[in-house]
Design a protein around this ligand. Structure first.
Ligand code: PGA
Length: 338
């Protein structure tokens, strides 16, 4: 197969054929597509380098310049295809954050409604319910594939005299794996800082649980143009002590504070720009594989009408949804917005 055929295949709208090409890159042993596709090694070096995003090497830049316009264009197309393929193949996540809403009967009803839905297989759905109901809700969800309960917080110490608080271990003991940490409401009203959130990350990972790490800037920070630096710093201080194996287990939720509960959503472009920047920060520290695969969710007035355009952005892997997660119908529309 020559480059032109490969490009032709990957132009097809489903992205499925593109995904087959991508499989070659992964040298998947069980790869039955290998009959149709040649290994990446068979393609010119500059295509391989581009595919692997190895473009910083000076030799690549020299080679690239010497190529014909047609070849260069092909190479650029490959990059776009790769981004799309990665997104098509990866698991998306939609988490509902119920905050301090709903009585026990209302909460159980909503959990039951969600458990009755047919959910898309490529979306992981998470319900972050008030802690008081977690055990019952966990039972309602049972073993339904792709639907999980989460806590909205845990304490940064493992146990002890912290009246009213809930530990990672307690959450784990009712068979709940996901925990939101560092939500801006916790940071603001309960004075949680990056160091405390870093401790929570460690406690959760030590128990093989999955942190949903929230970050985001307030309006004055954005107005001063300091938002990228500010949020990158939250990520650095909260997560960058982790090794490669652990950072992979973290889900990041970017939630601009000015968009939370205000009806003011970040535009898809603002959200995409920020997600791209955060991925860059992660790429610099942990490399391409981790940066491309870490899940970054958007949160802040995401709803049934705007989810589609937000989720269509290449670096947005799903959403953390507050108000719009409180009604099954709205939440399901969001879940089906990919
Ligand atoms: P919102 O909340 O969707 O109501 O803006 C999002 C969140 O706080 O997680």
């Amino acid at each position: 197969m020559n480059c032109e055929t490969m490009l032709e295949i990957s132009r097809r709208p489903s992205g499925v054929e593109g995904a087959k090409i991508l499989k070659n890159d992964f040298f998947c042993k069980k790869n039955h597509f290998s009959k149709f596709l040649r290994p990446l090694e068979d393609f010119p070096y500059f295509i391989q380098a581009l595919w692997r995003k190895d473009i910083s090497k000076p030799s690549f830049k020299r080679t690239f310049k010497k190529k014909s316009a047609k070849s260069r264009n092909f190479a650029r197309q490959m990059l776009i295809i790769k981004t799309k393929c990665l997104k098509n193949m990866s698991q998306k996540i939609v988490a509902g954050n119920w905050k301090m809403n709903k009585t026990a009967p209302e909460a159980l009803l909503l959990a039951k409604e969600m458990a009755q839905q047919t959910l898309p297989s490529d979306v992981t759905v998470i319900l972050a319910t008030p802690a008081l109901y977690l055990q019952n809700i966990r039972q309602v969800l049972g073993d339904k594939k792709g639907l999980y309960a989460a806590a909205q917080n845990c304490h940064h110490e493992s146990r002890g005299a912290f009246t009213g608080e809930i530990s990672a271990e307690m959450i784990q003991s009712v068979d709940v794996q996901y925990v939101i940490i560092g939500h801006s409401e916790r940071r603001e009203y309960f004075k949680e800082n990056n160091a405390m959130i870093a401790k929570k990350v460690d406690l959760l990972l030590a128990k093989e649980m999955k942190p949903i790490f929230c970050c985001g800037e307030a309006l004055p920070i954005r107005e001063k143009g300091k938002h990228v630096k500010y949020v990158s710093n939250q990520i650095k201080e909260g997560l960058f002590h982790l090794g490669h194996a652990d950072i992979k287990k973290v889900i990041i939720a970017y939630e601009p504070i000015w968009a939370i509960g205000t009806g003011l959503t970040a535009t898809p472009e603002q959200a995409q720009d920020m997600h791209l920047e955060l991925r860059k920060v992660i790429r610099k520290k942990y490399g391409n594989e981790i940066a491309d695969n870490i899940r970054i969710l958007y949160g802040g007035s995401c709803n049934a009408s705007n989810a589609k355009t937000l989720f269509a952005q290449p670096d947005i892997d799903g959403g953390l949804i507050g108000g719009a997660s409180l009604k099954a119908a709205d939440f399901c529309t969001i879940i089906n917005s990919f």
